[in-house]
Design a protein. Structure first.
Length: 251
């Protein structure tokens, strides 16, 4: 039987959906009692990628990341949108979708407890108050930590935190942050892993997290870090040169 092709359904190709940036900012700045903390900055950071924030000690790296996490309020007049939400007006919404790791005084680890107890405490914070938080065995820890540690062997849950080497301690902090299933992960002071060869492991793990669509913004002091490390694809770079120990930002 002949069929008139004019009556066949036609497949219409839809245009690819444009992914909005994870961060869009104009004139973003913060000043304190001692002067400029950071900025002014104009930013457009891509979703689902790795962003490396470089700047000297005292150059505002931590404050900038906490601002993007909705935990610090920038100067009036700053225009900032994170994950499609205007800040600071919608900071609660951003805080639910952004997680932090590596920040002194915020997510410090208690060295006297085990890895399992540390993870259990974090999971208890994320559950409703009435929900019981079971003991974390090695299998449960593996399910949570494997996406962060990748091929690196996982610590044992009965290991005391102060017995972890600095790479595993940093990756444990990232694991605790990722338990929140964030859209945006902000990691401070990657330099706390002091050896550059070992820091390469951390950068590789952070870069791998972006494959699932998580945007990762991580801060480091070294201005030649991007050149010294190996990357699957070049990360976006943000250079800061403010603060009491400022040095000229590289182009």
């Amino acid at each position: 039987m002949n069929t008139d092709a004019r009556h066949l359904p036609t497949a219409v190709a839809s245009a690819p959906r444009e992914v909005p940036p994870a961060v869009r900012a104009t004139g973003l700045a913060l000043h304190g009692s001692r002067g400029t903390v950071y900025g002014p900055l104009d930013l457009e950071l891509p979703s689902g990628g790795l962003v490396v924030v470089q700047g000297p000690q005292g150059g505002g790296r931590s404050s900038l990341l906490l601002t993007l996490a909705g935990r610090m309020v920038p100067d009036a007049g700053s225009q900032l949108e994170v994950l499609g939400e205007p800040l600071p007006r919608r900071r609660r919404a951003v805080q639910r979708r952004a997680a932090v790791a590596g920040f002194a005084g915020i997510d410090d680890l208690d060295g006297s407890v085990t890895v399992g107890a540390t993870v259990r405490e974090r999971l208890a914070w994320l559950r409703p108050w009435w929900a019981r938080s079971p003991r974390v065995d090695q299998a449960a820890f593996g399910r949570l930590a494997a996406p962060v540690f990748g091929p690196r062997p996982l610590p044992q849950v009965d290991t005391l935190v102060w017995d972890l080497d600095e790479v595993d301690a940093m990756l444990l902090r990232v694991t605790l942050a990722m338990a929140q299933a964030p859209d945006l992960l902000l990691v401070d002071d990657v330099d706390q892993v002091h050896d550059s060869t070992r820091r390469q492991t951390v950068w590789g793990c952070l870069e791998a997290l972006t494959a699932s669509g998580t945007t990762v913004v991580a801060a480091v002091a070294s201005f030649d870090e991007l050149a010294r490390m190996q990357w699957t694809s070049p990360p976006t770079r943000v250079a800061l040169s403010s603060g009491p120990h400022a040095v000229p930002a590289a182009a």
